[in-house]
Write a protein that binds this ligand. Structure first.
Ligand code: AMP
Length: 241
């Protein structure tokens, strides 16, 4: 099933429309703000709840309310969400929780979050640091144009295995080509602002990175728009989203 979410805020009302494309079912519902979930209802680990509290989040945003239960359930997800909707925490929170609670291999990178720009990579890494502060989940940001010794630091983390790698496509591909990046046990892939990555010409890099990953993984795609090339990417790489 292919689901696309769009959110529009009208005062205290949220107009939520989801388009179920293969069957062309379009449904629209108006939700009141008071249906938004308290974070306690997701069943997150206590140490993660402390990070959520420390970040000052009280209620889940609509995109978090919709997407978090699906990710917790192990589903592949494609969601249309703009910056400012809380989409970053919508994928970081369930990923951090899964890494805390589910068994996973040591000495491998567990989750890969691919983003279009270094600015976005830095921003997501800061979110990650805040939310995972009270957990032992490790993360690293890998992006182009960094300072001189960044490559050495990145190489060390990628060859040892970080829990969450937040990267831009070109820089990540450069590391993968060198052969030391541990991807054998990778379980989660996130493509954030996927339409922007395609606009910026990263299609080939993304395809090559995906080819280097285990097939048995959970894939999440976030995109503001859904052009045909995006649909191809989703069809080829998502499993029953
Ligand atoms: P994003 O759409 O991911 O770029 O997030 C936009 C901003 O909303 C960021 O500054 C987040 O820290 C903040 N944010 C995300 N989720 C919540 C929440 N549930 N409650 C309050 N602020 C949030």
């Amino acid at each position: 099933t292919f689901i696309m979410f769009r959110y529009y805020w009208y005062g205290s009302k949220i107009l939520y429309s989801a388009i179920n494309s293969p069957k062309s079912i379009i449904f629209t519902a108006i939700l009141n703000k008071d249906v938004i979930l308290n974070f306690k209802e997701f069943g997150f680990a206590e140490r993660l709840m402390e990070g959520i509290d420390a970040s000052g989040y009280e209620e889940a945003t609509p995109v978090q309310e919709q997407v978090i239960p699906l990710i917790m359930d192990g589903k592949d997800v494609i969601a249309s969400a703009q910056t400012g909707t809380g989409k970053t925490a919508a994928f970081l929170l369930p990923l951090i929780n899964k890494i805390i609670t589910d068994p996973h291999e040591d000495h491998t990178n567990n989750a890969l979050v691919i983003v279009p720009t270094r600015e976005l990579a830095i921003q997501i890494a800061q979110h990650m640091e805040g939310l995972s502060y009270f957990t032992s989940v490790s993360s690293i940001a890998v992006y182009g144009g960094g300072y001189g010794n960044a490559f050495v630091k990145e190489k060390k983390a990628l060859s040892h295995g970080a829990d969450v790698v937040i990267c831009t496509p070109g820089k990540m591909m450069a590391h993968i080509k060198m052969g030391y990046v541990k991807l054998g046990g990778l379980k989660y892939l996130v493509l954030d602002e996927a339409d922007r990555m395609l606009d910026m010409g990263f299609y080939d890099d993304i395809k090559k990175i995906i080819e280097a990953l285990p097939k048995n993984r959970q894939t999440l795609m976030f995109s503001a728009t859904m052009p045909p090339k995006m649909r191809d990417l989703a069809r080829q790489n998502l499993n029953n989203p």
